[in-house]
Design a binder for this molecule. Sequence first.
Ligand SMILES: [Zn+2]
Length: 94
Amino acid sequence: MPKPLSKRDKVRDKVYEGMQWRKFRKEKLMVDPLCEECKRNNRVVEASVVDHIERIKDGGEVYSMNNVQSLCKPCHARKSSNERADRREGGANC
Ligand SMILES: [Zn+2]
């Protein structure tokens, strides 16, 4: 069963479902078609995700080219799991 979404998650989901976001996302991928994280590691990987550098939840601008980066799926997944880990306090288990 899916977890109930918080109010803020609902707002975010609305953004990602909207036409404006789809257009903006497409534009970003046209400007930066390669994963920016991989580029920093000298790899050339096609991006398929447009990620907010500062999360919408944290007050980041939704439709600002300065607040988004193109990522491939693995980089995006890694970033998301890092963000979750950051919020866990003192939970190091390595
Ligand atoms: Zn990547």
